[in-house]
Design a protein. Sequence first.
Length: 128
Amino acid sequence: MIVQVIGQTEIRLSRFDLDDLEIVLENKMMRLSALAMFVTSLGRCTFAVLDHYALRMDVEIENIVTKMTWEFSSNPTRFKVINMDIYWPELPEKRLKSVQRASHKCTIHTTISDCVEINTRVFNHAEK
């Protein structure tokens, strides 16, 4: 999997099919923080659910890209909102709603959804 750190609160995940983890930093000042790793784990967990779903639908998955952003609350510092945009070019239009529902079935999503707002959007086109 490739984790591209775009900003302090933005990452892009791709190539979920790779066995190794590759971290790409937009500039030398960027780091993959513990909080970005947490958000990455949500994206990877969601992909695992979609991978299983894709097998049943017989749809390719290698072009899935997930962009994730997040916001914090304070006192104490914690995640307030996590936004996840999933781009799946091979996904048939008729499967958009069911994949949207399936994307909420990942274990991490169900564990944190009571205390963190998670907004997930699924698109059946390439990332723009």
